[in-house]
Design a protein around this ligand. Structure first.
Ligand code: ADP
Length: 403
């Protein structure tokens, strides 16, 4: 049976999933990761029942980059396990001002996406490398790019612009917003599990190693805490979140840092890691008594609370608050502390439910429902890929009919 391969390429690892499809839509059957790329490459994959499908190490030179990683994963799946692919769906962080929905990749699309690399210098090149490698080997295999920015493209001009001269907006300097695949999935999941909430005013907090929040009005994104790049908004594992641009001028001019050094600093040395001086991982900070750890956690939940106020203003009120991603799904401590910060908006947490791992964690009388909804960006990519594949097949059939 033909499957869909979903690829999510990060800086030093490549995550992938294989989906089979039926009338119900895509179902994940294999998930895996190739990490240690260029250093100690190791490919691990499990089946849906968590049994091990592959655990294989490589010499550093065998898997030196993301392109090689995509080839290694694909080869393992095809040659060792007989998986054949109908299409590949990729997570691509930036669709720039051009793409407001997923797109079937051709040479023009690929060169357009390369032009957006300066908008996401640490992510976009990584996302594109596997696409190129697969295209070289399998030129006729359909590949689909799914963007983190696309879901936010319906924002109003007031939300989309920075207060800078408009020619820069025309150059692409806009408040794009990110984590769109996660928010789109959450909006679709709310439709299934809580349709009344899905149609109301909802804040979704995607709290992972990258973190942002999104205001959803009837399932559509109206505001995001992230902007031009994935640096803005909430403090994250290693990124500072919102920061006065004057700080950057200070680093460049007074501290004499190079632009590249500032870039590395902002993406890798700030956030929870920089502030705590201990770790970028919330698990470490939660279990530490060190003052730096406490301060970092306090700052994190404080900023989530502040941003909740901002997003509630964008929505003109609030009906529900949803936690998702690594921290949002797993840290009852962060959820409880954030709930305290948004009590004034009407959130009344049920502490027992918060510990119990259930979906609704607010009390029945809470004016704002508080939920935990696990995200699934890969499933969203598989769905989009399937839709584009079907429309592509339909177009080809039409063309054959009219030829
Ligand atoms: P990514 O953004 O890389 O996809 P995730 O959404 O998986 O990451 O989130 C990763 C983060 O989730 C980790 O950095 C860690 O801080 C946090 N995390 C994972 N498990 C827990 C847990 N049990 N308690 C608190 N935080 C957790």
């Amino acid at each position: 049976m033909n499957s869909i391969l979903v690829v999510n390429a990060g800086s030093s690892s490549l995550k992938f999933q294989v989906f089979t499809t039926d009338a119900e839509g895509p179902t994940s059957t294999i998930r895996g990761q190739l990490d240690g790329i260029g250093t100690r490459p190791r490919l691990r994959a499990t089946r849906a029942d968590n049994t091990v499908l592959a655990d294989q190490s490589y010499e550093p030179g065998q898997v030196a980059d993301l392109a090689a990683a995509a080839v290694a994963a694909g080869t393992m799946l095809r040659e060792k396990h007989g998986v054949s692919f109908a299409a590949v769906g990729h997570r691509v962080v930036h669709g720039g001002p051009v793409y407001e929905r997923p797109v079937l990749i051709d040479d023009d699309v690929l060169s357009q996406l390369e032009r957006f690399a300066p908008l996401a210098p640490l992510h976009q090149p990584n996302n594109l490398a596997p696409i190129r490698a697969i295209r070289e080997r399998f030129p006729s295999l359909p590949q689909v790019a799914c963007f983190d920015t696309a879901f936010h493209r319906g924002h109003t001009p007031a939300a989309n612009y920075y207060a800078i001269p408009q020619h820069l907006y025309n150059d692409g300097v806009r408040r794009y917003g990110f984590h769109g695949l996660s928010y789109e999935y959450i909006a679709s999941r709310l439709e299934q599990i809580a349709p009344a909430i899905a149609r109301s005013r909802v804040i979704v907090a995607h709290l992972g190693s990258g973190a942002s929040m999104c205001a959803l009005a009837a399932g559509r994104s109206v505001e995001s805490t992230m902007g031009f790049t994935a640096l803005d908004g909430l403090p994250m594992g290693t990124r500072p979140g919102q920061i006065d641009p004057g700080v950057l001028l200070y680093l460049l001019i007074d501290k004499g840092m190079s632009p590249t050094a500032v870039q590395k600093f902002l993406y890798s040395e700030c956030g929870l890691k920089g502030l705590s001086g201990i770790s970028n991982d919330v698990r470490d900070l939660q279990s530490s008594e060190q003052p730096g750890a406490r301060l970092a956690m306090e700052h994190f939940v404080y900023r989530i609370g502040l941003n909740a106020g901002m997003l509630a203003a964008a929505l003109g009120g609030l009906d529900a608050f949803v936690f998702t991603a690594g921290i949002g799904e797993r840290s009852s401590i962060v959820r409880a502390r954030v709930a305290e910060r948004i009590a004034w908006l009407g959130a009344d947490l049920d502490p027992a439910a918060n510990e119990a791992g259930v979906t609704v964690i607010s009390r029945q009388q809470s004016r704002v429902a508080v939920l935990v909804v696990p995200t699934d960006e890969e499933l969203m990519i598989a769905r989009h890929t399937l839709v584009l594949l079907s429309s592509d097949a339909a177009r080809n059939t039409d063309q054959r009919r009219t030829a």
